[in-house]
Design a protein around this ligand. Structure first.
Ligand SMILES: *Cc1c(COP(=O)(O)O)cnc(C)c1O
Length: 446
């Protein structure tokens, strides 16, 4: 460990707990208002509007090529649900009364790829396809985009390649979408990637390259190979603004869904959002979008496994992507494959460092316990990563830092007015026999 790292351990005592793989809860004491921050940022609400409009242009195409999206007119969106039984069970099991309304944003039900990656990943590929088709005179913005499903277009796209590095779910969404458009697509999978995700992609004609090392290596190798081919486009999960914007559109949709449920987010009814975080693009994009809509009335927290706390470390120490968790001896080995990332996105960390309310870590054992509880109480089946957000709801009440946060937000005595929303980031694609094993694992731990 160099002197800089030693100084970090001195200055941030929670780092020692993180290295010991203990659950921690960090709250941000340098939060600024959205308006104070907005001027400093490279992205704004216009970018989100642009992304939202693009997804609308593509809706007729998606409805045509993915018939499961036709019912919603080709708009890929997930339901918002109340989870009162889970609220009650978590209060009981963790011996602390949870107050307020408890909800789940069910991205596990997103069509096409069954995870939050169906937002950013699919969006980025659609944008790339649109850029190519327009540049080459095959498309104009006011065309009906259904024409992109024509054989002529598929043949055109087949001259181009797409590559991405992934722990699994990003590969699924990029792979499925790219193959559908006609692109040649290669997914570089880290060691964490589940076998069934690789098998599924191969069955769709996607080339899957496997690595024995973690996500960062898969990204690095994927980028290197893609850069050798001038016709290849590399989806850069660590820095992509397009991915980020695809995720951010969720905020505009959520605002509508909340209203439909009679919730008007305000100073009187604040919204707390808990987002499972890997490299940061998904949760960061969603959080950024929410800030543009709800400003100071939304409070968001990033959730990570105790073995992969890269965003927690980066935000807490303001070092962002300078160090990986492995640099501090944390192994980045977790069954939450979607969150198995050792180095956070510098772009996301720096964009949100003064807006994020806090970060917390969760053990794999607690992820499995929550997985089982959710299956029993609500009949909702999530992958392990997706439970990291759910943990935030009880941690606000069990952890000292949670109490203190509520107090500093002047919510003491008004806890019942808070809407707690956990982002359930994935699950519906998990094969049922594997889901059964997950539930069994959780049941044994309870
Ligand atoms: C990818 C993923 C996340 C986190 O998204 P990042 O952009 O990597 O931070 C969370 N949950 C699931 C299920 C995922 O697949």
């Amino acid at each position: 460990m160099n002197d800089d790292m030693k100084a970090i351990l001195q200055k941030y005592p929670k780092m020692n707990d993180m290295i010991a793989l203990k659950e921690i809860f960090w709250t941000n004491n340098h939060c600024k208002t959205f308006d104070e921050e907005a001027g400093r940022l490279s992205v704004d609400s216009e970018d989100i509007k642009d992304a939202s409009d693009r997804l609308k242009r593509f809706a007729p195409y998606l409805a045509k090529v993915f018939p499961e999206t036709a019912k919603d007119g080709g708009i890929i969106e997930s339901p918002l649900r109340d989870i009162p039984d889970m609220k009650q069970e978590m209060s009981r099991y963790f011996s602390s009364e949870i107050k307020g309304r408890v909800m789940l944003k069910c991205d596990n039900e997103l069509k096409i790829s069954g995870s939050i990656k169906a937002r950013g990943g699919i969006y980025e590929i659609l944008k790339h396809a649109e850029d190519l088709a327009i540049k080459n005179g095959f498309l104009s913005y006011d065309d009906n985009y259904e024409k992109l499903a024509d054989d002529k277009m598929k043949k055109f796209f087949s001259k181009y390649a797409i590559a991405v590095g992934s722990t699994g779910n990003l590969g699924l969404s990029i792979g499925i979408m790219s193959a559908k458009l006609g692109f040649k697509v290669t997914v570089h999978m880290s060691a964490d990637a589940k076998q069934w995700k690789k098998d599924l992609l191969r069955s769709k004609g996607v080339e899957v390259v496997e690595y024995e090392s973690d996500y960062s290596k898969a990204v690095e190798e994927g980028r290197k190979l893609s850069d050798l081919d001038p016709m290849s486009y590399f989806v850069d999960d660590e820095n992509s603004v397009n991915l980020f914007m695809g995720y951010a559109v969720a905020a505009l949709r959520l605002e509508k869904q909340l209203k439909e449920k009679g919730i008007n987010v305000s100073a009187e009814t604040p919204l707390f959002v808990y987002l499972p975080c890997g490299v940061g693009g998904g949760p960061g994009g969603v959080a950024f979008g929410l800030k543009t809509v709800f400003k100071e009335n939304v409070h968001f927290f990033f959730a990570e496994p105790t073995h992969s706390p890269c965003m927690t470390m980066g935000c807490m120490t303001s070092t962002h992507d300078k160090y990986s968790v492995q640099d501090f001896g944390i192994d980045n080995i977790t069954s939450a494959d979607g969150l198995a990332v050792g180095r956070a996105s510098g772009f996301v960390g720096k964009t949100l460092e003064n807006l994020v309310s806090g970060c917390y870590t969760v053990t794999d054992e607690n992820l499995f316990r929550l997985l089982y509880m959710m299956s029993e109480q609500e009949r909702i089946y999530l992958e392990t990563s997706a439970l990291a957000g759910v943990a935030g709801i009880y941690r606000m009440f069990t952890d000292k830092e949670g109490h203190e946060y509520l107090k500093s937000a002047k919510l003491e005595g008004r806890e019942d007015s808070v809407v707690h929303l956990a982002w359930a980031t994935g699950g519906s694609m998990v094969p049922s026999e594997i889901m059964k094993e997950y539930c069994e694992t959780g049941k044994k731990l309870i």
